[in-house]
Every structure is written in structure tokens, then in C-alpha cells.
Write a protein that binds this ligand. Structure first.
Ligand code: NAG
Ligand code: ZN
Length: 660
């Protein structure tokens, strides 16, 4: 990478010198030009196969360089060894490729920070020429492999390569960063576009393939992947783990974790994996997984992935959950002790249909993944708890949406449901908007066509029609309009306002407010109370954890609270120490908003421990807005960023307006 950068500089300098050469011919400079031009050539040679190609973004996906419209990858077989000492994987990746047009002479892939050693076409045993473009920001590079002449249009390319220690899709943990403190750990997070830092691939959700993996890992560690385990062969000094995913999936769903893991069966098709310190808690917290799965099947149709396992990751995992097929990854911040945060699991289960089976063609249509998933997640909640709980949760979502739009700005085009990602990294576009505005739109569509009894059969038809495929918003819209062509009410849908206009949705559905009443009443009691007027006016047992979360959210959104009052409440409820992360998070925000100095250290300690962006990003933003604490928060971030996963560090640096 450094070589290519030098090359860039030298090229610019020498171009400029050559131009001057034509204008005025100063003798004394000739030797300098020669040196510059020579060094330019020298650097070109050093750059080898790379550096000579201009990367061009794909016409299919603005976040990818790959060209599946010319030659498409149809199968992936990985064979990799993990090296914890170097923090890399090494080995090879076999890509089966189908050429789609006679005159196509290359297959174009995405790579980021990979060291490519050699490429062969396996069946003809031809060593292939390839070109690697210079990296383009956080997008990585374009890798184009020349397709050798052959009778048929199918090829298998074997790419020998290594990952790099700072691969943006991988998080390497030292033993002391794990719960057990004895063994290292590595895990992946490839959505949106980080699979390319693990393997050369067509890193676009437009492409779906089966995959298979052989992983060589130390004997004292477990390996888990987003696939079905085939066999584990003990070898001399290591184990060889074989996995197969026979349902075609997009690249970002490839997933791996290696560490000292234990497992517990929690249902007929579910096992939970975690470090031994978390395993009992995890098995208890997620005991209702099978019930949630059955409910999801009831709404969506058959579950095609065979097993549904869960992996509880170390705290630096950046998301609440990641819907890796066969093996959902979840943050340990879900271990609330009271199963109150299991709705994240319902969310990941819902992705088994929305996102994993039926997929956004690229991340401009991310709402097709996330809006649908939140919508189904809440239907699961409604079936398992009550319609009141479902609507209560949806109301909470509207509150989150308002905050997200306020932070981003109500004219920000990234608050459109369908966004324009030309030149915008999907990690920079990531927000609650596709989730909550998307679910609001679907709820609105459901109401418009006549409610769940009419809309749910449509959903099943949609999943059945688009399963194993990727689609755009326009395709969804056409399918919807066709299905409901005899429903006159759909004429009133303002598609353009919903899909292509920034800010809050044009309509907020009329959610059931039963559960909100108690909270409103408690909120008033809280706001009217102060430490001089007597003891705290509630015991904490009047409402459920889910309601407490909303109560604290409401209080956070009111005026900054007097610090004296917060101290009495902290004394009574010990909110900074509670297990439930959602409660703790809101309490910390209330404290920061009140400029309560005692909350600063607990809050900073917590963001150092927990990499989940849902918590870290708002807390850092809150600190940023508290001018006296801004420098301290930035310093804390700088000191801790080495322990954070790339996507968390990258987005928080952006939030703190730090230049990368
Ligand atoms: C998306 O943004 C790019 C760059 O700003 C612009 O050139 C393009 O016209 C936009 N596309 C649409 C459909 O608005
Ligand atoms: Zn999701």
C-alpha cells in the first residue's frame, strides 16, 4: 500500500515536471527530471501487478467494483489457516465463475488489504494474469483476473492469498480482551462491505452463492461459521474444521469466529455458543428461541436454513446482532438477566426471510432488509406478548427515528428511505432510518390495504417469489402494485414522499397507546418530585423492563434533570451498575445531559468495554456536545480505539469530527 502511494506522488511530480519541460527548457533541471522519471518507472516495477488499473465502481452496486453482469461467481470454497501470532488468515479461495457473454475476458472482484500471491485457473492449470487497482478510500481495490481461453464458459480460479492484521472485517482479540483471559479470539463482521477484507469476492448482495470452508485452527479453540458443520478432523498439532452452506447467500453473510467457546443446546434446532463465563447466562437468556422461530415461521413460511444457533461475542462486537445464517452473532449486552432484550433475537430470526432469503440488491435499498425485519420482529413480539407490546415497541421506534433524523438533519438525503450511495461508504450512511422509517412505511402499507389478514398472505407470496434473490425498491413496488391491483386505496400511497424525500415519514400510524399511559403518569410523578418533597415516588416494580427503558427515554428527552435528584435516584436504583444495558445506556445519557460530573467515568469506562455502536455512538456524541468534556472524551477514544472493531472506530471518529 505504501509503495502505491509513493508511486502516486512520483507520478504527479514527474507529470508536472514534464509539462514544464515543454514550456521552458532549463538545462540544469534535466538530470532531476531523469531521476524523477526513472524513479517513476522503478516504482511502477515495484508495484508489480498492481497500480496500473483505475478502479471503476460497478454499474450494479455503487459500493462494489465487481462485475457480476459480465462474469459471475457461482460458488466459493475457502481453505484457510488462522495465525493468531500474526493476526492473519492464509490459504486459498476457489471461486467458480460463469462467463455471461462470449467476449468477456476478465472476472472482476473486490479485495481490500489482501496480499494476493498467485492465481490459477484450476481445471486447465493455467497461471492467470491479474491487475489490482490502487485502493479507493475505504472501498478497497478492484481485482481483475484474465480469463484464459477455454471451450466452456465455466472456470474455477484458485487465489492464494493472505489477509492483513488490520482487516476491517475482522477483530483480533488478545487473551486479556476476552472473558476467559487465556486464549486469543477472532471474529468477523462483514456487513456491509467488509467481506472483501477476508476473501477476494464479488462483494455485493446482488450475487448469491453457496460456500464451503476448511479451517485449520489450534486444537484448544472452537471454530464456528455461518454454515452447517460437516466434520472436524484432528490432525497433528491442529484441527481441520469443515463447513458447508448449501443455501446461496451474499458475501456479507459469510462469518467466522474462533475462540475458547462452549456450547449448550437450547432447542431442537438451536445451540448457543459463548465463552464459558457467559454460557449459563446465555442459555437462560435465549431459552425462548424455538418459540420465536416457530412464531416467525407462522408469519413468514418455512425456515430453510436447517439450524438456528446463536454466538454470544465479546463486548467489542459492534452491533446488537448480526443475522449470519445458521449462526446469529449477538452482543453480550443482550444478557439482561430477565430476557427483556430477546427482541434482538426475534429481529435476527426475522432476517432468515427478510435480508437473508430475500435481499436488497445493494445498500441503497437497505430498508428492504431492515425495515421488513423490524416489521416482522414486531409481529413476532405481538404474537408472543400482546398487540399492545407490539405497538409500544413501534412507538419507541418512532422516538428513535426522530432522534436519528434530528442528529442527521431533516434535509439530509441520507434520511430518505432509498439513498444514493454514489461515493458514500455504506458505513457512513448507516443509521436507524432504514429500520424505523422502513417499518413505519410497511405498517402504513398494511393499514392501507386492510390490515394483517390481507397483508400477511402478501408477505408470504413476496418471500416465496423473491427467495434466493436480490431486488431493488422499484421491483418491490411493482410487485406490491400488481398484487393489490384491485385494492383502490393503494392509489393514495405517496410513493415518492415515502421513498425519496428526507425527514420524518409523511404518516405515523395510530399505534395502541395503552402501555404508554402508565409511563406518562410515572414520568409526571418523576418530573414533579424532588429530593426535598419526600422519598422517591416509586419502587421500580410497578413496570416491566421494557417500560422502564421507555420511561428513561422520555426523561432523557425532557429538560436536563437537576443533579441532586439524579444522585438520590442513583443511590436508590444503582442505575449505573444495572445489568440491563438499555436501562444503563439511557441513565448515562440523562446524566451527561445534566452535566453530572460523577457520571463521566462510569460512562467512559462503559464505552471502553462495550463496542456496540448503538450505545457508543450516542454517548460519544453526547460528550462531544458537552464542551468541557469534549477533549476528555476524544482522548478516551484515541486511547481505546485499538480495542475497537474497525467499523465502530471509523464511525465514532466521524461522529467526533476527527480527520482520518
Ligand atoms: C447520486 O449521486 C451522484 C453523485 O453525487 C450523482 O452524480 C447522481 O446523479 C445521483 N443519482 C441519483 C439517481 O440521484
Ligand atoms: Zn437487522
Amino acid at each position: 500500500m505504501r509503495i502505491l502511494k509513493l508511486f502516486d506522488v512520483a507520478r504527479n511530480v514527474s507529470n508536472c515536471v514534464i509539462r514544464r519541460n515543454f514550456v521552458r527548457n532549463f538545462e540544469p533541471f534535466i538530470n532531476m527530471w531523469r531521476i524523477l522519471i526513472l524513479s517513476n518507472c522503478f516504482l511502477l516495477i515495484l508495484a508489480g501487478d498492481g497500480g496500473t488499473r483505475m478502479a471503476r465502481f460497478s454499474p450494479i452496486d455503487p459500493s462494489s467494483f465487481s462485475r457480476p453482469d459480465l462474469a459471475v461467481v457461482t460458488n466459493i470454497k475457502l481453505s484457510l489457516k488462522v495465525h493468531f501470532d500474526q493476526k492473519i488468515f492464509s490459504g486459498n479461495c476457489d471461486l467458480t465463475v460463469k462467463k455471461l457473454h462470449e467476449n468477456v475476458n476478465e472476472v472482476v472482484l473486490d479485495v481490500k488489504d489482501l496480499d494476493i500471491e498467485s492465481i490459477y485457473e484450476t481445471e486447465t492449470n493455467t497461471k492467470c494474469k491479474y491487475t489490482l487497482s490502487q485502493p479507493v478510500g475505504e472501498f478497497g481495490s478492484e481485482l481483475a483476473i484474465e480469463i484464459p481461453p477455454k471451450e466452456v464458459n465455466n472456470y474455477i480460479f484458485t487465489i492464494n492469498y493472505k489477509t492483513r492484521p488490520h482487516a476491517s472485517g475482522l477483530q483480533w482479540l488478545e487473551p486479556e480482551q476476552t472473558a476467559g483471559k487465556k486464549h486469543p479470539y477472532v471474529f468477523s463482521q462483514f456487513q456491509a462491505i467488509h467481506a472483501r477484507s477476508f476473501l477476494p469476492c464479488q462483494d455485493t448482495p446482488y450475487v448469491k452463492t453457496k460456500y464451503e470452508a476448511l479451517i485449520n485452527a489450534p486444537t484448544d479453540l472452537s471454530v464456528v461459521m455461518s454454515a452447517i458443520r460437516d466434520a472436524t478432523k484432528p490432525m497433528i498439532g491442529y484441527n481441520l474444521h469443515h463447513f458447508k452452506q448449501d443455501v446461496p447467500i451474499q458475501s456479507y453473510l459469510i462469518a467466522i469466529a474462533i475462540g475458547a467457546l462452549e456450547s449448550r443446546k437450547i432447542g431442537p434446532r438451536s445451540t448457543v455458543w459463548a465463552e464459558k463465563e457467559f454460557i449459563e447466562m446465555a442459555a437462560n437468556e435465549f431459552a425462548n428461541t424455538e418459540k420465536q422461530l416457530k412464531t416467525a415461521e407462522d408469519i413468514c413460511g418455512p425456515y430453510v436454513w436447517g439450524i438456528y444457533d446463536l454466538l454470544v461475542l465479546p463486548p467489542s462486537f459492534p452491533f446488537g446482532g448480526m443475522e449470519n445464517p445458521c449462526l446469529t452473532f449477538v452482543t453480550p449486552t443482550l444478557l439482561a438477566g430477565d430476557r427483556s432484550l430477546a427482541n434482538v433475537v426475534a429481529h435476527e430470526i426475522a432476517h432468515s426471510w427478510t435480508g437473508n432469503l430475500v435481499t436488497n440488491a445493494n445498500f441503497e435499498h437497505f430498508w428492504l432488509n431492515e425495515g421488513f425485519t423490524v416489521f416482522i420482529e414486531r409481529k413476532i413480539l405481538g404474537r408472543l406478548e400482546s398487540p399492545q407490546v407490539q405497538d409500544f415497541d413501534a412507538y419507541g421506534g418512532t422516538v428513535e427515528l426522530k432522534e436519528a433524523i434530528k442528529v442527521m438533519g431533516s434535509n439530509n438525503p441520507l434520511t430518505n428511505l432509498v439513498v444514493n450511495l454514489t461515493g458514500v461508504h455504506p458505513d457512513d450512511a448507516f443509521s436507524r432510518v432504514p429500520y424505523e422509517k422502513g417499518q413505519t412505511f410497511l405498517r402504513y402499507l398494511e393499514n392501507t390495504v386492510g390490515g394483517p389478514a390481507v397483508f400477511e398472505p402478501f408477505l408470504r407470496k413476496y418471500f416465496d417469489t423473491y427467495k434466493y434473490r436480490s431486488l431493488t425498491t422499484d421491483e418491490f413496488k411493482a410487485f406490491f402494485i400488481e398484487y393489490f391491483s384491485s385494492t383502490p386505496e393503494i392509489k393514495n400511497i405517496e410513493w415518492n414522499k415515502w421513498l425519496h424525500t428526507p425527514g420524518m415519514p409523511p404518516v405515523i400510524p395510530d399505534y395502541d397507546k395503552t402501555l404508554l399511559k402508565t409511563i406518562d403518569e410515572m414520568k409526571q410523578r418523576w418530573l414533579n418530585w424532588d429530593e426535598k418533597s419526600g422519598p422517591v415516588p416509586f419502587s421500580g416494580d410497578e413496570i416491566t423492563s421494557i417500560q422502564k427503558i421507555q420511561l428513561l427515554q422520555d426523561i432523557f428527552e425532557s429538560e436536563p434533570q437537576p443533579i441532586k435528584k439524579l444522585e438520590v435516584l442513583e443511590e436508590k436504583f444503582k442505575f449505573t451498575e444495572v445489568q440491563n444495558a438499555e436501562i444503563k445506556f439511557r441513565w448515562l445519557r440523562i446524566g451527561i445531559k445534566a452535566k453530572w460530573e460523577k457520571i463521566v467515568d462510569p460512562a467512559l469506562n462503559w464505552v471502553n468495554e462495550v463496542g456496540r455502536m448503538k450505545y457508543c455512538r450516542p454517548l460519544y456524541r453526547d460528550f462531544y456536545n458537552w464542551e468541557e468534556m469534549r477533549a476528555k472524551a476524544i482522548q478516551n477514544f484515541q486511547d481505546n480505539r485499538k480495542n475497537m472493531m474497525h467499523v465502530s472506530a471509523y464511525t465514532i471518529a466521524h461522529d467526533l469530527r476527527l480527520k482520518e
